[in-house]
Design a protein around this ligand. Structure first.
Ligand code: HXC
Length: 256
């Protein structure tokens, strides 16, 4: 059984599914290799315009595999270079939607936060419980979470390790929307299909500028936006989009 399954359920949409149900989709080396490989391939594939990342009904992912690191030392953890396996997900130029049912804990919550949009089921739980096993988040949990929800909500989650419900996550801005558990994947796929119908160069520039701009001073970030905005006027899709509007027809985007 593959621990990471890649499917093409809709035109322009790839579905990446973590498939290690016996361990609540805990992220062991094999899962991380699988995710890194999948995102590397999908980034290059011109047929793919949006990616949905999901787990199963019980767990999106219950974190890094505790059994695989319980006896490890600091040097061993360093030599594992796990951050290299997160990089293809973080650097994915295409829109990524996390479809979250069940547990999104520790590395699982961090994985969800690598996405651009998070659709959560009503029963989903988000948390950074690392402190309860003597460690701390190591894949962006102290940084992406704080940027998403602010210091005081983040500190509460990080210092207590207590999970929060999907509704709480929604209220604090950690998810994009909450839907009934049974509708999470369908909602995410429909959204991905909508985004896959958008001009891919514009989607790519929006993602790049939002992410890069968040860590830059406002003036520099606004300049990034301006340059990207201007660049799109050299794309065929900009001409197509605007002409289609004026001619009152549906645009057909080519990604050029
Ligand atoms: C390894 C895990 C696991 C994990 C669950 N399992 N989470 N194995 N690592 N993170 C395994 C259990 O050992 C058990 O295996 C099986 O999955 C089912 O789990 P149960 O606990 O029996 O299920 P349940 O009662 O439904 O509870 C689910 C749970 C709980 C609430 C998700 O399993 C849990 O608290 N898991 C740990 C969550 C956590 O602390 N995550 C942070 C990890 S540190 P057996 O063999 O007994 O059937 C981390 C650091 C990130 O993420 C650093 C950067 C990557």
């Amino acid at each position: 059984m593959e621990v990471v399954v890649v499917e093409r359920p809709r035109e322009g949409v790839a579905l990446v599914r973590i498939n290690r149900p016996e361990a609540r989709n805990a992220l062991n080396g094999e899962v991380r290799q699988g995710l890194a490989g999948a995102f590397t391939d999908l980034a290059r594939d011109p047929e793919v315009r949006a990616i949905v990342l999901t787990g199963n009904e019980e767990a999106f992912a219950a974190g890094a595999d505790i059994k695989a690191m319980a006896e490890a030392g600091a040097v061993e953890m360093m030599l594992r270079e796990a951050h290299r396996l997160w990089a293809p997900i973080a650097a994915c130029p295409k829109p990524v939607i996390a479809a979250v049912n069940g547990y999104a804990l520790g590395g699982g919550c961090e994985l969800a936060m690598h996405a651009d949009i998070i659709i959560a089921g009503e029963g989903a739980q988000f948390g950074q419980p690392e402190i309860r096993v003597g460690i701390m988040p190591g894949a962006g949990g102290t940084q992406r979470l704080t940027r998403a929800v602010g210091k005081f909500k983040a500190m509460m989650m990080l210092l207590t390790g207590k999970p929060i419900s999907a509704r709480e996550a929604d209220a604090m801005g950690l998810v994009s929307s909450v839907v009934p558990d049974g509708e999470v994947l369908e909602t995410a796929l429909t959204l991905a299909e909508t985004i896959a119908g958008m001009p891919p160069l514009a989607a790519r520039q929006i993602k790049e500028v939002v992410l890069a701009g968040a860590d830059a001073p406002l003036e520099a970030a606004l300049m990034l936006e301006r340059k990207a905005f201007q660049l799109l006027f050299d794309s065929e899709d900009q001409k197509e989009g605007m002409r289609a509007f004026i001619e009152k027809r549906r645009p057909a985007y080519q990604g050029r």
